[in-house]
Write a protein that binds this ligand. Structure first.
Ligand code: TRP
Length: 446
C-alpha cells in the first residue's frame, strides 16, 4: 500500500473531492435545468434529492474506497471476490470512458471561449452572431479537436505528477480561486438592474411548472453533480487518510456543491433578466447567451475573462477525477507506470473525444434513436449508467458488505451514532435504491 498515493491533508481531501463535484454540472447544467423546470421549485426538489439520496450514496462509495485503498475495479474484487458484484468496478471504468469522451469536448469549449475572451474577440456580437459562432465552432473539424488535445494533455500531465503533487496541489490552488471568482461574479450580478427579478427567479418557487420530469431531472442532476455512480469517489477516497471523517466530508461536499450551483444561478439569472435574454435556452445558456450579456455589460471584457476562467477551472478539476478512475485502474491492474497509464488513457480520450466532437459536424448523420454520438453518450451516462452504478453500489454496501466494515469506516462508537448508523443502513437498503429505481424506470415511460 505504501507505493500508492494518498492525500496529504484534510484540506487537500476536501479541495480535491469538491473539485470533482463542482464542475460543468453546477455552472453549465444546473442553471438550464433550473430554467427548464420552474426555477426555485426545482431547487427545492434538488435539495431534497441531494440529502435523501446523494449524501448516503456518496458515503457508500467512500466506505468502499477507504476500506480497500484500491481503484474501483480492485476495490470490488477485494470485497466480493468471485461474485457478480465485481462487475460494478468494471461498470465504473466503462462509465468513466463514456463520460470522459464528451466531458472533454465541453471542457474544450470552455478553453476556446476562455481564449476568445482573453484575446478580446468574444465581445461585440449579436444574439444570432453568438448562436452562429458556437454552432460553427462546435461543428468544426480542427479547432474543437485542438482544444480537446490541450485539455487531455493538461489533465494527463497533472495525473502523472501523482495524487499528492498532482491532483491535490492543483485542487488546493484552483478551488479557492474558483470560490473567489464565484463570489466576485455574484456580487457583480447582484448590482445589476435585473437583480431583484433574477434573485426572485432563483429563490421564489413557481410550483405550476413542476412535473414528474422535474423529479427525474433533479435526481439525475444530483448524481451527476455529486460525481456519484462510477467509482470516482471510490477512487478518490482510496487516497483518504484514516483521520478523514467520511460522513462529515460527504455532507460538506454536498453543501458546497449545492451552494456553488445556487451561486451560479445568482450569477446567471440577474444578468439574464437585466440584458433581456430568455432563461429557457437549454445547454447553450452559458455559451450562446452569456456572451451577449458580457457585450452589453460595462467592463464586459474583464467579466467575461473571469467567467470563462471559472468555467474552465470547474470543468478541469472534474475531468481530472473522471480520468483518474481509468488511470488508477490501468496503472494498478496492469502494473503500469503512472505516466504510461496516463499517456495511454490520454490518447484514447483524444480519439473518443474527437468522435464525440465530430458528431456536431461530419459525423452528424451517425445517430442512434435520433441522438448524435455526443447526446447519446450524455444520455447513456447520466440517465442509465450513473443511476445503475449508484443504485447497485448502495445495495452492495447496504446488503452485501459486512456491516462491521461499514460501521468501522463511519467510526460508529457511541449509542447515538449507532442509531444514526441503523437509519443510514435503511437508507442504503431501501430509500436510495427505491428513489433511484423509480426515477430510472419512469424516464422510459415519460
Ligand atoms: N460532478 C461533475 C460536475 O458536476 C462531473 C463529474 C466528475 C462526474 N466526476 C464524475 C459525474 C463522476 C459523474 C461521475 O460536472
Amino acid at each position: 500500500m505504501s507505493s500508492r498515493g494518498s492525500f496529504a491533508s484534510k484540506f487537500g481531501v476536501l479541495m480535491a473531492t469538491v473539485g470533482s463535484a463542482v464542475g460543468l454540472g453546477n455552472i453549465w447544467r444546473f442553471p438550464y435545468q433550473m430554467a427548464n423546470n420552474g426555477g426555485a421549485a426545482f431547487l427545492l426538489i434538488y435539495v431534497v434529492c441531494v440529502f435523501l439520496v446523494g449524501v448516503p450514496a456518496m458515503m457508500a462509495e467512500f466506505v468502499i474506497g477507504r476500506q480497500t485503498h484500491k481503484n474501483a475495479v480492485g476495490a470490488f474484487n477485494q470485497l466480493a471476490p468471485n461474485k457478480a458484484w465485481r462487475g460494478l468496478g468494471y461498470l465504473g471504468v466503462f462509465t468513466g470512458f463514456v463520460i470522459d469522451s464528451y466531458y472533454c469536448v465541453v471542457t474544450g469549449w470552455t478553453v476556446y471561449y476562455l481564449y476568445l475572451a482573453v484575446s478580446g474577440s468574444l465581445l461585440g456580437n449579436s444574439v444570432e452572431g453568438y448562436d452562429e459562432l458556437f454552432s460553427t465552432f462546435a461543428a468544426g473539424e480542427v479547432a474543437p479537436i485542438v482544444t480537446i488535445i490541450i485539455v487531455v494533455m493538461i489533465t494527463s500531465g497533472i495525473l502523472v505528477m501523482g495524487v499528492r503533487n498532482g491532483i491535490e496541489k492543483v485542487s488546493k490552488l484552483l478551488m479557492p480561486m474558483l470560490f473567489m471568482l464565484l463570489i466576485i461574479l455574484a456580487i457583480n450580478s447582484c448590482c445589476m438592474s435585473g437583480a431583484v427579478e433574477g434573485l426572485k427567479y432563483v429563490f421564489v418557487p413557481n410550483f405550476s411548472q413542476i412535473g414528474f420530469d422535474s423529479f427525474v431531472g433533479a435526481a439525475g442532476q444530483a448524481f451527476f453533480s455529486l460525481s456519484i455512480g462510477m467509482g470516482a469517489l471510490i477512487t478518490y477516497s482510496s487516497y483518504f487518510g484514516n483521520d478523514v471523517n467520511l460522513t462529515r466530508t460527504a455532507t460538506q461536499i454536498a453543501v458546497i456543491d449545492m451552494l456553488v450551483a445556487i451561486i451560479a444561478g445568482i450569477i446567471i439569472f440577474p444578468a439574464v433578466f437585466t440584458f433581456g435574454v430568455t432563461p429557457e435556452q437549454g445547454p447553450g445558456l452559458v455559451l450562446k447567451v452569456f456572451p451577449v450579456v458580457f457585450t452589453r455589460m460595462s467592463a464586459g471584457y474583464i467579466w467575461s475573462v473571469l467567467f470563462y476562467l471559472l468555467l474552465f477551472i470547474a470543468a478541469l478539476t472534474s475531468f481530472l477525477s473522471i480520468t483518474e478512475v481509468v488511470v488508477a485502474y490501468m496503472a494498478e491492474n496492469f502494473k503500469l507506470k503512472r505516466w504510461v497509464a496516463a499517456s495511454m488513457v490520454g490518447v484514447m480520450f483524444i480519439i473518443l473525444g474527437a468522435c464525440a466532437s465530430l458528431s456536431f459536424g461530419p459525423l452528424k448523420s451517425y445517430t442512434i434513436g435520433g441522438l448524435i454520438i455526443f447526446d447519446m453518450l450524455d444520455y447513456l451516462a447520466s440517465n442509465i449508467l450513473l443511476p445503475i452504478g449508484g443504485m447497485l453500489t448502495s445495495l452492495f454496501v447496504g446488503w452485501r458488505l459486512d456491516q462491521k466494515i461499514v460501521a468501522s469506516q463511519l467510526k460508529v462508537e457511541s449509542p447515538s451514532q449507532y442509531k444514526f448508523f441503523k437509519v443510514y443502513i435503511i437508507f442504503l437498503r431501501f430509500i436510495v435504491p427505491l428513489a433511484v429505481g423509480i426515477v430510472f424506470i419512469t424516464q422510459f415511460f415519460s
